[in-house]
Design a protein around this ligand. Structure first.
Ligand code: NBP
Length: 476
């Protein structure tokens, strides 16, 4: 008996993916650097399906039917290269190595090119949904050669989350496209989390609501257009009471948000592509500020002054915060999708943005009702320049903007940091401005560096002779 698929790397993610394949009736070959994990899996979960445990890479490879499909689920980075170096010499033309870890898309591009030269298929597959997703149905974003999807896609679609019977898995595009999209997914997740945190902070500090009351507000919002996994779990976290102290859980946790790096990668890639993902960037920086302990301590020790929190707000705070949250979320997603489209163009990936919204509707951390509208927007117009001009989102943002501005004002006046809300609003106002002060920046650049500028009234490049005896002359 041969296995349809093999998984090497059987820590929590790999183990759950292997079990998921087995539960769907596939025979799964198992391998891990140290045999202990393989043995443990078979002992604990062997009854869930058919597993072929292997003690060596050779035995593992021999137990797979052809073309061999080897899922790698090890710690991203050098471990992935080590596993590829171990397996590539044992594989034959047409076999597939599928990296399901959180690789950087540039590494995936490099690995795919190197393995292609050896006649092997390398598929960088983004897998979202954490350990629960891996077991019960993740959202899967496979890249790599299109032809490998023919042999691999049906298996991945089998174990993926489903919405109305449709799998949350699609071939994203060639080489690093899958890992790129997974990275942006995580960047959007950072922004979503930051915006939710700002909403909580305003409701607590300005609104004077307790964490338990705010949990109720989020539960209520979860029934509406904000309905999503992150809103749902936020309510759960806010409801939680610390058993030892009887205090709200959120009050006994140190307020320093950590990060593993995919948010930072998203912003780094966006800078290279020249795409303004300010919402994601603010959320990465907000985590950095929270963790910047020496500066925070110095600032509080020095007593940097701020206004009093009066609790006043020129409207219904709860309703206004919901609007600000929704509008800012739209901006963050609009920016993330713009980044995907820019990368798709840069690398020739031909990514269908609507399909990405479709496969994020379940199985992943940013799953939300909202994604249906994004899918519809791109179905209507695949080359939509920004989600903000799609009618649904345009209506939502128009309806929200007064409340959004009131929330930004309240935050600024009462000294409550809301970088996500305010930068999203600034982005919105920048996009809709008929004139931006960038004209002045062009003047400055031409002044100190003769960088030239373009005119509004005629074509061409111009430079002004700024220093000419105090009387500017224009040199066409
Ligand atoms: P870890 O990231 O903790 O990696 C542990 C696995 O890597 C073990 O199987 C270990 O083997 C193996 N490994 C290491 Br470390 N170095 C190795 C080497 N040089 N050669 C061969 N194997 C090596 O596992 P995880 O938490 O299950 O995550 C796996 C991947 O999934 C990572 O890329 C991670 O970023 C990603 N991830 C994704 C999500 C998500 O939501 N999508 C969540 C969590 C993780 P050993 O047993 O012999 O030490």
């Amino acid at each position: 008996q041969k296995a349809q698929i093999g998984v090497t790397g059987l820590a929590v993610m790999g183990r759950n993916l292997a079990r998921n394949f087995a539960r769907h009736g596939h025979t799964v070959a198992l391998h891990n650097r140290s045999y202990g994990r393989t043995k443990e899996l078979v002992e604990e979960f062997g009854h869930e399906g058919t597993f072929l445990p292997a003690e060596s890479a050779e035995q593992f490879v021999a137990s797979l039917e052809r073309p061999r499909r080897v899922v790698i689920m090890v710690k991203a980075g050098p471990a992935t290269d080590a596993v590829i170096d171990e397996f590539a010499p044992l594989l034959e033309e047409g076999d597939m190595l599928i990296d399901a870890g959180n690789a950087h898309y540039a590494d995936t591009r490099r690995r795919e090119a190197a393995l292609k030269a050896k006649g092997l298929h390398f598929v960088g597959a983004g897998v979202s949904g954490g350990e629960e997703g891996a077991l019960h149905g993740p959202s899967i974003m496979p890249g790599g050669p299109k032809e490998s999807y023919e042999a691999l896609g049906p298996l991945l679609e089998d174990i993926a989350a489903k919405v109305d019977g449709e799998p949350c898995c699609v071939h994203v595009g060639p080489d690093g496209a899958g890992h790129f999209v997974k990275m942006v997914h995580n960047g959007i997740e950072y922004a979503d989390m930051q915006l939710i945190a700002e909403a909580y902070d305003l409701l607590r500090q300005v609104g004077g609501h307790s964490p338990a009351e705010i949990a109720g507000i989020f539960t209520n919002w979860n029934e509406g257009r904000l309905g999503s996994y992150l809103i749902e779990i936020t309510a759960e976290v806010l409801k939680q009471v610390d058993a030892a102290t009887g205090k709200p859980f959120v009050d006994i946790v140190v307020d320093r948000a950590e990060q593993k790096g995919t948010g930072r990668w998203t912003v780094q890639a966006a800078l290279d592509l020249g795409v303004p993902v300010s919402g994601i960037a603010e959320s990465v920086f907000a985590r950095a500020i929270s963790g910047g302990v020496p500066e925070r301590t110095a600032a509080t020790d020095a007593g940097l002054p701020g206004p009093a929190v009066t609790g006043q707000h020129a409207g219904d705070l709860r309703a206004d915060v919901e609007q600000a949250l929704f509008a800012s979320k739209i901006v963050a997603y609009a920016q993330g999708f713009q980044q995907i489209q820019a990368a798709s163009k840069e690398y020739g990936w031909d990514i269908d943005p609507g399909a990405m919204a479709k496969i994020w509707r379940d199985g992943c951390i940013i799953r939300a009702k909202f994604l249906d509208f994004i899918k519809q927007a791109y179905d209507k117009n695949p080359t939509l320049p920004t989600l903000l001009v799609d009618q649904y989102f345009l209506d939502a943002v128009s309806g929200a903007q007064d409340a959004w501005r009131r929330v930004a004002v309240t935050a600024a006046q009462q000294g409550i940091p809301a970088p996500g809300f305010s930068s999203a609003l600034a982005y919105y106002d920048s996009l809709r401005a008929s004139r931006l002060p960038a004209a002045l920046i062009q003047g400055q650049r031409d002044f100190f560096g003769a960088h030239t500028y373009q005119r509004v009234d005629k074509p061409g490049s111009f430079h002004t002779l700024w220093a000419a005896e105090g009387r500017p002359e224009v040199d066409a």
